[in-house]
Design a protein around this ligand. Structure first.
Ligand SMILES: Cc1cc2nc3c(=O)[nH]c(=O)nc-3n(C[C@H](O)[C@H](O)[C@H](O)COP(=O)(O)O)c2cc1C
Length: 253
């Protein structure tokens, strides 16, 4: 395909339109949810052979001595990390703060981040390479089970993921990889969904920045990566589920 100026201009226009959807065109009765169409969740091919690890969620409120104000004031993007390992408890804390389930109430799900209509359309994957007692590999977090599932542990993953993110893994201990499952939002919000999906990813990453600061880790948001390559690495189809945001975390120097 020839990339013309007109084509690139049309992408700009589409991008701007995505950020200012016309709510007058949204009729909740015409959405799949409004029409009573049964929600078809995404089928993940996870089986019993995938190693599973329960998070350690005991006493997470005691993990940091810093106040919220201190964490907000000190928050910055870090691209330089020490070689130290995070503890499993620290990993559990970071995961909980970015995608923990607080409660299911009155038909709504409440997590540690907000989501439009409680639809929660993100999945959290992590490439873990320096956490105590955890085998290096790519994991998916299952919020309802509070457990990690090992997706891939091939030895060349670190090089593949680093290359896919334009060598921005630096010396981090964990790479967070958030995917979006757009239909979860479109099921109710249809044409006005897509801005809200992006905003939800921002909430997750901001919590990760602050939670990292709370345990003396650095964090950096990463939005520049090779879309198709990273989608392939996390084994998603790139359409019904695709990577939307990433972030690196590691112990401060
Ligand atoms: C949506 C978003 C995408 C970003 N993508 C990248 C990125 O791909 N690579 C990078 O090094 N920093 C990235 N950053 C971090 C910004 O460069 C950083 O937040 C900015 O320079 C301000 O610095 P501070 O976070 O230390 O205050 C991103 C930040 C945001 C909010």
């Amino acid at each position: 395909m020839r990339i013309t100026k007109e084509y690139l201009d049309s992408l700009i226009e589409n991008g701007r339109n995505m950020l200012k959807p016309d709510w007058n065109l949204w009729n909740p009765k015409k959405s799949d949810e409004g029409l009573g169409i049964e929600f078809q969740g995404l089928k993940k091919s996870l089986n019993d052979k995938n190693m599973r690890i329960k998070l350690d969620l005991e006493g997470l409120n005691l993990i940091s001595k810093k106040t919220l104000s201190e964490c907000i004031e000190r928050r910055k993007s870090t691209r330089d990390f020490s070689n130290k390992f995070l503890s499993f408890k620290e990993l559990s804390y970071l995961i909980w703060e970015t995608c923990g389930v607080n409660e299911h109430k009155d038909g709504y799900l409440h997590r540690t981040i907000p989501s439009a209509g409680g639809k929660y359309c993100l999945n959290t994957y992590m490439f873990i390479n320096r956490v105590e007692d955890i085998q290096e590999g790519l994991y998916l977090y299952l919020p309802d089970n509070k457990e990690l599932v090992l997706i891939d542990s091939k030895s060349n993953l670190v090089e593949k993921i680093d290359k896919a993110m334009f060598n921005q893994m630096y010396n981090s201990a964990i790479t967070f990889i958030w995917t979006a499952m757009p239909y979860k939002m479109e099921y109710r919000y249809y044409i006005v969904s897509h801005k809200m999906i992006a905003i939800e990813a921002g909430h997750a990453c901001q919590n990760l920045y602050l939670a990292s600061e709370a345990i003396s880790c650095g964090c950096c948001a990463i939005s520049a990566y090779k879309q198709r390559t990273i989608d392939k690495i996390v084994k998603v189809d790139g359409d019904n589920e695709f990577v939307i945001y990433m972030a690196i975390v590691g112990k401060e120097i």
